[in-house]
Structures are given as structure tokens and as C-alpha cells.
Design a protein around this ligand. Structure first.
Ligand SMILES: [Zn+2]
Length: 82
């Protein structure tokens, strides 16, 4: 059963802080409101929590572009000196 993290719309919540976790099966209906304070909550699925955008792999094109830029600068600089 996946662990779903619920984040209240206004954080920190006086009753549930930055949110709460709930272990639920596929048959369970998602909560739409905090069961403690009653405000609307957003479910964050494990997938979206464990792969933040900063940890995203750069695409091959991006990596190549960065590598080519560095090599190009070095080689052109050396060529000009000779
Ligand atoms: Zn709450």
C-alpha cells in the first residue's frame, strides 16, 4: 500500500503541521480535507515526492551541449595562442 502525503493548503497547519501521511490502498478514496482541521489538502503521491525537479536527470542533448561548449572554448583558446 502506498504512503500518501497530504499537504494542507495553508502551511503550517495548527493541527497537522506541514501535512500528514496516510497509508492507503487503491480502493481507498483520496482525502480532500484534513481530518484534523478540516481545510482542503493536496495529496502528494510517493512518485512526485521522491523525484523532485532538482534531481531530474539532464537530457543527453543538454549534457552534450554543456560538454561541447566547454571543449570548444578550450580548444579554440589553445589554437589562438599557437
Ligand atoms: Zn490540518
Amino acid at each position: 500500500m502506498p504512503l500518501v502525503f497530504y499537504r494542507p493548503h495553508k502551511v503550517p497547519c495548527r493541527l497537522c503541521g506541514n501535512g500528514f501521511e496516510r497509508r492507503e490502498s487503491a480502493a481507498d478514496t483520496r482525502l480532500s480535507h484534513c481530518h484534523k482541521c478540516g481545510q482542503a489538502v493536496t495529496p502528494l503521491l510517493p512518485d512526485s515526492v521522491s523525484s523532485p525537479q532538482s534531481a531530474r536527470k539532464p537530457s543527453i542533448r543538454e549534457a552534450k551541449a554543456a560538454g561541447f561548449t566547454v571543449l570548444k572554448k578550450i580548444s579554440s583558446g589553445e589554437y589562438e595562442k599557437q
